[in-house]
Design a protein around this ligand. Structure first.
Ligand code: ARG
Length: 589
C-alpha cells in the first residue's frame, strides 16, 4: 500500500509538472511545524535556482493548482517559498479504512521472503543468567518479531556458550566434593548414571564457588582448564558430566526466557560446531587464507581504509586451541550450509564490536558467506544502576535475571492490588506480571540499542510518562470503553469511522496512518525504539482525544459509532505494536 507521504508527493508532483516544473520537486515531508501544518514541501526552494525564479512565485503557482484537490483541506504557499499542507479529513478517513483491508495494515511485503538468522540471548550454560543477558534477549526478540511481521523468514538461535571453561570449573569443583563418583574413577568401564550428580540449585551454587577458587588458586585453575580440554577432546567420563550439566541447565534457562516471553527456534550452542572446526581450519590453510604468525594461525583482515588498527583474526592459538572467533566462524559455515540465510544479525554487548568485525571480515574473505550476505552486529549499551555504573544488587553483586524479574513483578503486584483492591489474587498476579514485563521491556527498548541507560524501576513501573505501563493503561482504558459500549447493546464496527470532528481526532487519525512507516523503519534499522516512539505518540494522541471528547455519552449516533470505531482501530494498532515489542496488555489494571 502506498504511504501517505508517497500519495501526497504524487499529487504535489503532478501540480509542479502542471505548472511547468520538474515533478521530483513535489516530494513532501512530515511538517516540522505541526502548529502550522501537517505536511510540507520545500520543492519550490530547491527549484528556484534551476528555474531562475523567486521560490515564492513557484510555490504560489503550485499551490494554485492544488486548491480543488480533494486530498487536501489546505495548501498554502508561505514566504520565502514553502508549501504548507493540511490533509482533508476524508482523505485521512478513507486511508485508514483502506489500511484495515490490507494485509498487516499496509506494510510493504517483499516479493520473496528473505531468510534471516538472529543470534541473540547468548546465555552461558552452568552460569546463572544475569542482567547482562537481558538486553540481547529483549532487543533480539523484538527485532525477530518485527522482521517476521515485515515479511522475513526469521530463525532465532540462542547460540549458547556451552563449551567453555565454566564446564571445566564445574567438573573440578564436583570432583572436590564428590570424588567417589564413577566419573572420577579411571578404571570405571560401566555405564554412567542417568541421574545427574547435582540439582539446578547445586549447580547454580557450584559455578561461582569454582570460579572464585580458580582466581586464587593457580593449580585449581589449571585443573579446570585440563578438565575443559578433556570435555572437548571427547573424554567419555567428562562428556557424561557435560551432558548432565546441559540437561540440568537447559530447562532452567528455558524457564527464565519464557518468563520474559523470549523464545528461540534453535537451541544451538558453541559445542554444535566443535566437530566442523578442523575441516574449516584445513580449508583456510589450503586456500592460503590463514597463515602462521607468532605460532598462532591467523587471518589478516586489516584494510588500508581502516582508521583504527584492525588486528588479525586468530583462528588457532599457538597451543592449537580454538577461540571464540573460531566457533563463530564455524557457526557461520554451518548456518550457510543448513539454512542459506540472506542475513545473520547478532545481538550482544557492544563491547564485542571488534570481535564481530573481525569475524565478519574473515567470513567474507574466506568466502564462508556470499559477498552479498548481510552480516550485522547490533551491539547493546549497558544497563546501569542509579549510580551510572553497571546494574548491581543492593549488596553490590551481579544481579541474577531471575531476581530482577521477581523484584519488578512483586513491586507491580503491590501497585495493582492498591488500585484494584477487589481483584482476585491470581488475576492480580498475572496482571502484575504482564504489566511488569511491559515496564522492563519498554524501559529497555525505548532506548536506542547502542545507548547505555539507567534502570530506574520506579520510573519504569509508573503509569504515567514514556513507559510500558502507560501504554498498557491507555489500552486498558480503550478496552473498558468498548466493553461498556457492548454491554449497553452497541456493536463495534470499524468501518463506521467518520471524518475527524476536531483537531485531537485528526491528530490521532494521522498517527494511525503512519503505522507502516514506523514498523518498516524499525525493521530497516533494526531499531525497536522506533516502535516505542510511535506508540508513545499514538497513546498521547489517543489520551488527548479521550480527554476532550464525550464518547459513550455522545447523543449523535453516527458520531458515537465513529468514535467507537476509532477506539477499536487504535487498540488494534497498539496491540499489534506491543506484540512486536514482546509484551501484551491485561484486561484491566
Ligand atoms: N555467550 C556470549 C557471552 O555471554 C554471547 C554470545 C553471542 N553470540 C555469538 N555468536 N558470539 O558473551
Amino acid at each position: 500500500m502506498e504511504k501517505v507521504l508517497e500519495l501526497i508527493s504524487k499529487e504535489v508532483g503532478d501540480a509542479f509538472e502542471a505548472a511547468g516544473y520538474d515533478r521530483e520537486l513535489g516530494r513532501a515531508t512530515i511538517s516540522n511545524r505541526p502548529d502550522l501544518c501537517e505536511y510540507q514541501c520545500n520543492g519550490a526552494m530547491a527549484g528556484a535556482k534551476k528555474y531562475g525564479k523567486a521560490p515564492f512565485i513557484i510555490a504560489d503557482e503550485v499551490a494554485a493548482k492544488l486548491q480543488d484537490n480533494p486530498a487536501f483541506e489546505k495548501v498554502e504557499s508561505v514566504k520565502p517559498g514553502f508549501l504548507n499542507i493540511v490533509l482533508s479529513g476524508d482523505f485521512v478517513r478513507s486511508y485508514i479504512v483502506k489500511m484495515l483491508h490490507e494485509k498487516r495494515f499496509g506494510i510493504s511485503l517483499p516479493g520473496h521472503e528473505p531468510t534471516v538468522i538472529l543470534d541473540y540471548g547468548g546465555a552461558n550454560v552452568a552460569k546463572p543468567l544475569h542482567v547482562g543477558h537481558l538486553r540481547p534477549a529483549i532487543i533480539g526478540e523484538a527485532v525477530k518479531r518485527i522482521l517476521k511481521y515485515t515479511g522475513n523468514k526469521v530463525i532465532g538461535d540462542i547460540h549458547m556458550g556451552d563449551w567453555g571453561l565454566q564446564m571445566g570449573l564445574v567438573i573440578t569443583e564436583l570432583k572436590r566434593r564428590k570424588p567417589e563418583l564413577p566419573y572420577f574413577d579411571p578404571d570405571f568401564t560401566g555405564a554412567y548414571p542417568k541421574e545427574p550428580p547435582f540439582t539446578i540449585q547445586e549447580l547454580a551454587e557450584i559455578y561461582p564457588v569454582a570460579s572464585a577458587k580458580s582466581k586464587e588458586d593457580e593449580a585449581y585453575k589449571n585443573e579446570a582448564m585440563e578438565a575443559t580440554k578433556r570435555v572437548q577432546d571427547g573424554d567419555r567420563a567428562y562428556r557424561a558430566i557435560w551432558h548432565h550439566i546441559m540437561n540440568v541447565s537447559l530447562p532452567d534457562l528455558k524457564k527464565n526466557y519464557d518468563s520474559l516471553d523470549v523464545h528461540f527456534d534453535l537451541w544451538k550452542g558453541e559445542s554444535d560446531v566443535h566437530n566442523v572446526i578442523p575441516g574449516m581450519v584445513e580449508y583456510f590453510k589450503q586456500h592460503n587464507y590463514a597463515h602462521v604468525s607468532q605460532g598462532a594461525l591467523v587471518v589478516d583482515v586489516a584494510d588500508e581504509k581502516d582508521a583504527k588498527e584492525m588486528p588479525p583474526c586468530i583462528i588457532l592459538k599457538s597451543d592449537g586451541a580454538a577461540l571464540y572467533a573460531t566457533t563463530d566462524l564455524a557457526t557461520i559455515q554451518e548456518r550457510m550450509r543448513e539454512y542459506h540465510p540472506d542475513a545473520i544479525y547478532y545481538f550482544t554487548d557492544k563491547r564485542q564490536a571488534l570481535h564481530f568485525e573481525q569475524v565478519f571480515r574473515t567470513a567474507k574473505k574466506t568466502k564462508l558467506v556470499m559477498p552479498e550476505t548481510d552480516l550485522r552486529f547490533v551491539g547493546n549499551g549497558t544497563m546501569n544502576g542509579a549510580d551510572g555504573k553497571p546494574f548491581k544488587t543492593r549488596e553490590g553483586g551481579v544481579m541474577h535475571l531471575e531476581s530482577l524479574v521477581q523484584e519488578i513483578n512483586d513491586k507491580m503486584y503491590e501497585r495493582v492490588k492498591q488500585s484494584n483492591p477487589d481483584m482476585p489474587d491470581d488475576e492480580a498476579r498475572s496482571t502484575a506480571n504482564k504489566v511488569a514485563l511491559s515496564a522492563l521491556k519498554y524501559g529497555d527498548l525505548s532506548n536506542q540499542p547502542a545507548k547505555d541507560y539507567v534502570f530506574d524501576i520506579d520510573k519504569f513501573i509508573s503509569f504515567e510518562g514514556d513507559t510500558g505501563p502507560y501504554i498498557l493503561y491507555t489500552m486498558v482504558r480503550i478496552k473498558s470503553i468498548l466493553k461498556k459500549y457492548e454491554t449497553e447493546g452497541g456493536n463495534v464496527k470499524e468501518a463506521k469511522l467518520g471524518n475527524p470532528e476536531n483537531e485531537a481526532m485528526k491528530n490521532l487519525m494521522l498517527l494511525l496512518t503512519r503505522f507502516a512507516d514506523a514498523i518498516e523503519g524499525a525493521a530497516k534499522d533494526l531499531a525497536p525504539n522506533r516502535v516505542c516512539g510511535y506508540i508513545y505518540d499514538l497513546s498521547n494522541a489517543f489520551n488527548s482525544f479521550y480527554h476532550g471528547t464525550k464518547i459513550l455519552t455522545e447523543a449523535d449516533a453516527d458520531k458515537k459509532e465513529s468514535y467507537i470505531a476509532l477506539l477499536a482501530i487504535t487498540l488494534k494498532i497498539l496491540e499489534t505494536s506491543i506484540d512486536l515489542l514482546g509484551f501484551s496488555a491485561p484486561e484491566r489494571m
